[in-house]
Design a protein around this ligand. Structure first.
Ligand code: NAI
Ligand code: MG
Length: 353
């Protein structure tokens, strides 16, 4: 079967790093005849917006729906407000395709040094609820007379929303031979929403008693990420907590140049979307020095999602060889190589594996 992949390069360094990720996918399809793909590129970015007054065509989501997966670069350009690019392209895709899992590996690759001076392995995943929770537009900004102002932002937690993300976390743990799920909470203070979150999560934990369950308040957990990151395997978090923990996670394993992510629709009814965590990096766009490893790793996550864990593992092994040799690295991790050179050297390694 042929995997149909939609490519949305976006703005800034998005196209630069995505080109290298596609190069790696092409290399894999050349060396492994059982992996066949068909790609189609969509130019929905800030240029498109300035020309058409919208981030994607009216039937854009319809055009994407029959793909097996989406590889997304990054979006953001000084000529268009960030709220426009994000709310009219990324969020509609995540929402419409029910990508309720935000999946982020926190893994210190061989050859990388953590700023925490930890040896390998730091190797866990953050599974963040991606569709509700703290990030809803429920609430408002109210004025009371002349001197008092207030705003209310509601958190929306549903049984279905929490249950499905918790089930995904346990299923992931099981499929990967992991032994523990850590719940990030704040039910001591956020008494309504987070107590409900805990109760729903613990219903699922009770059905998976062979996998250990632990729960920490988010503030303490942030400290443990720094003090003992090796002790985590699967970290389950709400939308807001997962967002914050993810950036902390990327910082302890080498920064944005090495932070991949997936927005996953577990049922497979709709395409899932894979993207580096970083943005369009306007400060280095056009210079050809962006690190494409985060996007190449995101493409690897896509391969795993498409049923090819073997290809995912091969890509990571190739990246680790490059990192261990320390000869061809981009400036963000201490080298002088270009974006294209990184793609080439990883492709070269894959041909030898
Ligand atoms: P950013 O991630 O684009 O850049 C932050 C810093 O990290 C910059 O100094 C940049 O040069 C560096 N950096 C990022 N990726 C890198 C890479 N692959 N290699 C080497 N260095 C890298 O975040 P920033 O500056 O806050 O946002 C820039 C634009 O990107 C904004 O318009 C923002 O809205 C957008 N953005 C888009 C995202 C998306 O498309 N999902 C996510 C985050 C931001
Ligand atoms: Mg974030």
């Amino acid at each position: 079967n042929v995997d149909k992949i939609a490519i949305l390069p976006g703005d800034g360094i998005g196209p630069e790093v995505t080109r290298e990720a596609v190069k790696i996918l092409q290399t894999l399809s050349e060396i492994d005849s059982t992996f066949q793909m068909e790609t189609k590129e969509f130019n929905w970015n800030s240029d498109y917006y300035l020309e058409h007054g919208r981030m994607m065509p009216e039937d854009g989501l319809d055009q994407l729906k029959d793909f097996d997966a989406i590889l997304f670069g990054a979006i953001g350009d000084y000529r268009v407000p960030d709220s426009v690019t994000i709310w009219n392209l990324i969020l509609p895709i995540r929402k419409h395709f029910q990508q309720y899992v935000n999946f982020r590996p926190v893994k210190l690759l061989r050859g990388m040094e953590s700023p925490l001076k930890q040896d390998n392995p730091i190797d866990f995943v953050i599974i963040r609820e991606n569709s509700e929770g703290e990030y809803t537009d429920s609430g408002g900004n109210m004025f009371h007379g002349e001197t008092r102002e207030m705003a209310i932002q509601n958190t929306v937690m549903t049984r279905q929303g929490i249950t499905q993300i918790a089930e995904f976390a346990y299923q992931y743990a099981r499929e990967h031979g992991l032994t523990k799920v850590t719940n990030a909470t704040k039910s001591n203070v956020v008494v309504h929403a987070m107590s409900f979150w805990d109760r729903m999560v613990e219903e699922i934990a009770d059905k998976n008693k062979d996998i250990a369950y632990e729960k920490y308040y988010i503030d303490a957990l942030a400290a443990y990420f720094v003090q003992r990151p090796k002790s985590f395997e699967v970290v389950l978090a709400s939308n807001l907590f997962g967002d914050i923990l993810s950036d902390l996670g990327s910082a302890i394993v080498g920064g944005l140049g090495l932070a991949p992510s997936g927005n996953i629709n577990p049922s497979g009814e709709f395409p899932s979307m894979f993207e580096a965590v970083h943005g369009s990096a306007p400060d280095i766009a056009g210079k050809g020095i962006a690190n494409p490893m985060a996007q190449i790793w995101s493409a690897a996550l896509m391969l795993e999602h498409l049923g090819r864990r073997d290809l995912h593992d091969a890509v990571l092994t190739a990246m680790e060889e490059v990192l261990e040799e320390k000869k061809v690295l981009t400036p963000d991790i201490g080298g002088t190589a270009s974006t294209v050179e990184i793609g080439d050297v990883i492709a070269g390694k894959l041909k030898k594996i």
